[in-house]
Design a protein around this ligand. Structure first.
Ligand SMILES: [Zn+2]
Length: 604
């Protein structure tokens, strides 16, 4: 049973993260903000107009990096404090003010790239020789040369930075502050509803009447905000299109892929192959769910139910720690030490409160430790969520220890590999430690329903929809709620075919995902999981050498392209094979689910 949602000030401190590691108090925050603005001005005075030789290039990059590093704790503090409670007035105002300050700083430092990019390529190559640690960084700058605008234009664009980000802020405000859900009723029973309750509980609820009624109430509330949300989203994609055009990219898609160091083949492959080849397996899975639950028809609102709802072990936060340590032991001592620190030093925000951002994420500010946001529901599958976020933490811990700030961040294409790798390791551990067919079925069902569904279905269908949106935008069109609803519905219908009814409200699913404000992010989940599936099989069969390769990949941070990182772990992502092998593996897991289900029914 679900309690009413708590206010932030009423949740136990032990369930909250400790942001004082970033900024000890408000006084320190204010002093810090003052200092970074001063530092940015001094930096500007020192270098603007003076970058003329290779030595100065290296000096300016290295001072720029130090300046950027000093801003990170403040920026992370501002952002994370708002994430746990978007209704917090003080945090809202602080975020807005910090946005203005960031734009001011961005404008003061925009000359760095402008001036470096005005210099001849030979000088940049000479700088690489002087500072080989900046090889990748400077090479990326050389690639950017073709898309750089006049320094004054760059400065103006930088000064408008917070305006360009405004759509995302508006989206979150409408969704998490203004949107208020009334209770919904089934029979004479009344149930509370919120974004987090819907996505964390009601969508998974095994009582069909309650689940479908929750979906209806949730969708009706979304519908009230569809036009504002669509308008906000259109503002965002049109801004991206304008910037892509100004900079001279062939399309908004090319512009968004540029930073990921990924070409169109890699991008399109994920969407095309999965839409076609994974769909038959997932429809089989939907049919299995339908049969087990005795449902007359399968609808979109039923896809998140668990195969065996009477077998959903519950788990405490402390028990989850034990699982993490056992399952991830293969990653080595340093990794286990990180897990202890995460639990003991309050890196994780477990609380469930009003205004908290939905889903789960891990933020890894350079120079500090990671912070993990999750809304703990006591369900055993939270073990997978937590392992996933700790995977991000482990990635950045390794990258930060071995790379300087500008070298630390890998392409978005690769970012979900270390996280999903941990989900695979948890699954392998659980499967190896039980012979009980019901438990085994629960584990495999969880990998399908959580790991693969989330990354290969939910986010991939978002990616397929997003690709259609950008096709329109590139053709000079605008989007509104009607168009977005139709696009989303068509993708869902294409994937699920006759086997799942895309019921009313499903077309509004595009409103639920903040990733649409982060470029071509949705498809990267399946890309990352393709790599981690292949490497986790290597770890299972080869053991230590595969783990060693993987740790090296994590340590490489942003010094390699996604293709190179995958290569280091023995996976060639320039062909269809890793993806097709992964889809075949998903198919084999669904075969096992069908067989185990049969076995369980025979014993009964
Ligand atoms: Zn993730």
């Amino acid at each position: 049973m679900i309690d009413n949602v708590l206010k932030r000030q009423d949740v136990p401190v032990a369930e909250t993260w400790d942001l004082s590691d970033l900024v000890p108090n408000e006084e320190a925050y204010n002093a810090g903000v003052k200092k970074i603005v001063e530092d940015a001005k001094n930096f500007n005075n020192k270098y603007q107009g003076h970058i003329t030789d290779a030595k100065q290039i290296v000096n300016v990059i290295s001072d720029y990096e130090a300046l950027a590093e000093s801003i990170i704790p403040l920026g992370s503090f501002v952002e994370l404090d708002l994430e746990v409670d978007q209704t917090n007035d003080a945090a809202q105002i602080r975020t807005s003010k910090f946005g203005t300050i960031s734009s001011q700083i961005a404008s003061l430092v925009s000359f760095v790239h402008s001036e470096i990019l005005e210099l001849p390529t030979e000088l940049l190559e000479e700088a690489i020789k002087l500072a080989p640690n900046y090889t990748h960084y400077i090479n990326r700058l050389i690639d950017k040369k073709a898309y750089q605008l006049h320094p004054e234009v760059e400065k103006t664009l930088a000064a408008l930075g917070s305006t360009f980000d405004a759509a995302y802020g508006l989206y979150n405000t409408a969704k998490l502050v203004d949107m208020k859900f009334e209770n919904f009723t089934v029979g004479d029973q009344s149930y509370p509803l919120s974004y987090n309750l819907f996505e964390g509980d009601w969508e998974l609820e095994s009582d069909t009447d309650v689940r479908r009624q929750a979906f209806k109430a949730f969708s009706e509330k979304l519908a009230d905000y569809q036009h504002t949300t669509a308008k906000t989203y259109n503002t965002h994609v049109q801004t991206e299109k304008t910037i892509a055009d100004l900079r001279g990219y062939d399309s908004v898609t090319d512009y968004l892929l540029f930073d990921q160091e990924v070409d169109r083949d890699l991008y399109n492959r994920q969407i095309d192959v999965i839409m076609k080849e994974l769909a038959p397996h997932m429809r089989r899975y939907a049919k299995l769910l339908q049969k087990e639950h005795g449902l007359e028809k399968m609808t979109f609102a039923d896809l998140k139910i668990s195969l065996d709802p009477n077998y959903e072990p519950s788990i405490t936060i402390e028990e989850s720690r034990d699982y993490m340590k056992k399952a991830l032991a293969v990653m080595g001592e340093d990794y286990l030490e990180m897990i202890d620190r995460a639990f003991e030093d309050r890196w994780i925000d477990f609380a469930n409160n009003e205004g908290k951002s939905t889903g789960a994420f891990c933020a890894s500010p350079y120079g500090s430790h990671s912070y993990i946001l999750i809304s703990w529901t006591q369900r055993m599958n939270e073990v997978f969520v937590l392992a996933h976020e700790l995977g991000h933490a482990g990635h950045f811990r390794n990258a930060h220890k071995n790379q300087s700030l500008f070298n630390s961040e890998s392409s978005t294409y690769f970012v979900e590999s270390p996280s999903t790798m941990n989900e695979m390791l948890i699954a392998n551990y659980l499967l190896n430690n039980s012979d009980d067919p019901r438990f085994k079925r629960w584990v495999i069902a969880t990998i399908i329903a959580r790991t693969y569904y989330h990354n290969f279905v939910t986010h991939l269908l978002e990616a397929a929809y997003q690709r259609k949106v950008y096709e329109l935008v590139d053709a000079g069109e605008s989007v509104n709620a009607t168009i977005l609803n139709n696009l989303k519905r068509s993708v869902l219908e294409e994937f699920w075919g006759e086997d799942v009814e895309i019921n009313k409200g499903a077309e509004l699913t595009w409103m639920r995902q903040p990733h649409y404000y982060m470029g071509l992010y949705p498809y990267t989940y399946s890309a990352g999981l393709t790599i981690s599936t292949q490497v986790s099989h290597r770890i299972l069969h080869e053991g230590q050498p595969a783990v060693d390769d993987w740790i090296k990949v994590l340590q490489a941070g942003g010094t390699k392209t996604p293709v190179e990182l995958a290569q280091m772990a023995g996976v060639n992502i320039t062909t269809d094979k890793p993806l097709q092998d992964t889809i075949a593996f998903i198919g084999s897991l669904i075969d096992q689910l069908e067989a185990l289900t049969e076995e369980i029914h025979q014993v009964k």
